[in-house]
Design a protein around this ligand. Structure first.
Ligand code: X2X
Length: 333
């Protein structure tokens, strides 16, 4: 029971029991939810981190992975994380913004142009800004964000070569005001749908298109229900590893240090995994029948500018936060 666990936690904290080098029953058994299938490097590296945490705490901290929306949709699990019904979750900062508005700032269209810029920003001032906002809520973010990737457009109906081709297209977007605003800006008809329902939404033509990074498109099998892929790279997206604050604070300090060390290391390794996949995912998708095309990114960016997208979000985040974004991006937006 929770009471017994709390009592055990108290004694373990006082006596530092878990650091004694004998295997023993877990003092803490926590759940970690993700929305991606097991094969995604995000889950592979998290599982590796949990194995290392269990070993280094001599079995005192056991974290069980629940991948692939097993515990519910993103909207549901975010709610569970807030109450502590789920102790850990990893979520796109852009979706997290439904609760913590500033968390979507790293996903502003065409702001962070490449991975060098992304990691400098997210391991630097922009990431620190977002984590500080998260820390005001009953949630803690780990220091290193995992990679989802640069997002690209897919459709079942016709290729997207220019912003005009997006006009009126029913595009599934994750549940987040930034995504809706951005795809309205492109002139599309965005529909907010959780990732858990994405495949069936495309299959039943509730939506004709969607946008995701290549590796996510591969592991979720979205390619089975889409035909065309435009390499828009319209935004970068990452997964913040998050803990419920009360569950996190119940852990003894040295146990927290072990958990944070391995979960952060997992992010560094997972970023390298995605980079190493490089062009091979494109080849896999092409072999599965997806037709790729390049687009003029500047045309899409101009469309957002004409729609007042940057002006609107500058106002929503505030001047000070926008300056941090522009500094991270290395350009005025
Ligand atoms: O739902 C999506 O599109 C996904 C899997 O990329 C996110 O979690 C943002």
């Amino acid at each position: 029971t929770a009471t017994r666990r709390a009592a055990l936690a108290g004694s373990a904290a006082t006596l530092g029991l878990f650091s004694i080098g004998t295997a023993r029953a877990a003092d803490f058994t926590y759940k970690f939810a993700t929305n991606l299938p097991t094969s995604h490097p995000l889950n592979v590296r998290l599982q590796e981190a949990f194995d290392r945490i269990k070993a280094e705490t001599n079995g005192a901290l056991v974290i069980n992975l629940f991948p692939n929306n097993q515990l519910g949709s993103d909207t549901d699990v975010l709610q569970q994380l807030r109450t502590g019904a789920v102790e850990f979750f990893t979520l796109s900062g852009i979706i997290l913004s439904t609760f913590i508005p500033t968390a979507s700032i790293s996903g502003i269209g065409f702001a962070l142009p490449d991975y060098d810029t992304v990691w400098k920003a997210m391991d630097g001032p922009l990431g620190a800004l977002i984590r500080a906002e998260i820390a005001k809520q009953p949630i803690v973010a780990f220091e290193k964000i995992y990679d989802n990737g640069f997002r690209h457009l897919t459709t079942s109906t016709k290729p997207i070569n220019s912003p005009d081709d997006l006009k009126g297209v029913k595009m599934r977007v994750p549940v987040s005001p930034l995504w809706t605003s951005m795809f309205r800006g492109f002139g599309a008809s965005p529909i907010s749908i959780n990732g858990a329902e994405l495949y069936s939404a495309l299959q039943t033509k509730v939506a004709d298109g969607q946008e995701n990074p290549l590796v996510a498109i591969w592991v979720t099998k979205i390619f089975e229900v889409q035909k065309y892929l435009a390499l828009s790279g319209h935004m970068w997206d990452g997964y913040w590893p998050l803990a419920n604050k009360r569950a996190w604070n119940a852990l003894p300090k040295d146990m927290q240090a072990i958990a944070a060390k391995h979960i952060n290391q997992g992010a560094v390794d997972q970023r390298a995994d995605l980079a190493a996949l490089g062009g091979s995912t494109r080849k896999d998708l092409e072999a599965a029948g997806i037709v790729f095309n390049e687009v003029d990114k500047a045309a899409f960016r101009d469309r957002l500018r004409e729609a007042g997208f940057y002006k609107e979000w500058r106002g929503r985040y505030g001047e000070q936060n926008w300056k941090v974004l522009e500094q991270a991006a290395g350009s005025e937006l």
